[in-house]
Write a protein that binds this ligand. Structure first.
Ligand code: SF4
Ligand code: SF4
Length: 361
């Protein structure tokens, strides 16, 4: 397998130690050694030494959610996310992607989303219509919200309406490229999708990105790939926290106690941890779960549930256990994918989005 010298160094330098063993949400859900960062590095190093074929490790390579908990914990500074993504890219270039991944990639190329969807639900379509006129502020919804959690996307729209923000929603919103980046890394196809999206976003003064996964990609990965957006790009959470500070959203702090599930894209990648808490504390009493802020544990997503649903359910159940074991009865999410994942696994615990709190739903 052709791999950059930098990645090879990270694969070979990962000492296959135990230091990040305990924090992998997938490894903890499956209980299998193969799902840890060190096992993945070992598999890739065997491919690099031509001891096994790349196709033999592909399932394993796609079991990593790229949450970066291992990167965050690796005291020696090695980056399993980097070598996992480069291995996916190489598998795409060598035609060795598993069929179930190829289906998702083809969908991304044909419809702009991995699910192959072309329509949003009627209620969202109707609500979005009144925002098709061009304004300075764009609300970027993202493919997960638009096609797989359209009621949540609708709530995101309603919150800005409630604050009387003048904003646009694109009639034909382009994908950010986040899904292709996850599936095939820095391939030309991924960069082309990102370039097209960056061009469209640059027509606005401010872009408010609803999904933390898109926010991470647009604010961080675009820069890594040399893609520029000529607009101020802000996370939905920071924008809404600003609306509350400016008195544009009415607040009323009830006595409901909740805990907050930090999306790793906000807390680890974009270093944003307090804005969502400011929103929560305007409407409820905030408790803290074990492993919060940068130490957060990923709670599942919609994309991986397409090909490993049982494991994603276990991932969500384990995170719910983190909350319920300290007596929490409600978890607030800021990521649409985690909302869907936790909601599907929730028993005896309420899953609430930030928008639910603000809208009182
Ligand atoms: S990534 Fe770092 S902490 Fe994890 S096994 Fe490799 S060397 Fe150890
Ligand atoms: S990035 Fe996350 S899922 Fe992947 S090996 Fe590291 S901790 Fe596990």
């Amino acid at each position: 397998m052709i791999m950059s010298e930098k990645c090879k160094q990270h694969v070979d330098s990962c000492r296959f130690c135990w230091m990040c063993h305990h924090i992998c949400p997938v490894g903890n859900a499956t209980g299998q050694e193969r799902n840890t960062a060190r096992a993945r590095a070992l598999g890739i190093s065997l491919v690099n030494r031509e001891a096994i074929d790349l196709s033999e490790i592909m399932d394993n390579v796609f079991e990593c959610c790229t949450c970066g908990a291992c990167v965050h914990d690796c005291v020696t500074g090695w980056d399993p996310v980097m070598f996992t993504k480069e291995t996916r890219l190489q598998a795409a270039l060598e035609g060795k992607l598993p069929e179930y991944i190829m289906t998702l990639v083809s969908n991304c190329m044909e419809t702009g989303n991995a699910y192959g969807k072309t329509d949003t639900c009627d209620r969202l379509t109707e609500a979005a219509k009144s925002h098709y006129d061009k304004k300075e502020i764009l609300l970027f919804l993202g493919v997960d919200a638009k096609f797989m959690a359209c009621e949540q996307a609708l709530k995101a729209v309603k919150v800005l309406e409630k604050a009387k923000v003048e904003f646009s929603v694109m009639e034909n919103e382009l994908p950010s490229g986040a899904q292709l980046d996850f599936l095939i890394g820095a391939a030309n196809e991924t960069k082309q999708q990102m370039l097209a999206c960056a061009k469209a976003l640059s027509e606005y003064k401010t872009v408010v990105v609803y999904d933390p996964n898109d926010a991470k990609v647009i604010k961080q990965i675009y820069k890594e790939y040399g893609i520029e957006v000529n607009a101020e790009v802000v996370t939905y959470t920071s924008f809404v926290a600003g609306l509350i500070k400016d008195g544009k959203l009415e607040t009323s702090r009830g006595d409901k106690t909740v805990v907050f599930q930090d999306p790793y894209q906000l807390s680890r990648d974009l270093k944003e941890t307090e804005e969502a808490r400011e929103i929560v504390m305007s409407y409820a009493v905030l408790g803290e779960m074990l492993l919060n802020r940068e130490e957060t544990v990923w709670a599942g997503n919609i994309l991986m549930a397409q090909y490993m649903p049982e494991i994603i359910k276990k991932v969500a159940e384990r995170r719910i256990f983190n909350a319920t074991s300290i007596g929490a009865t409600a978890i607030v999410t800021a990521c649409v994918s985690e909302y869907v994942s936790l909601k599907a696994a929730a028993k005896d615990v309420e899953i609430i989005s930030l928008e639910d709190l603000i809208l009182g739903e």
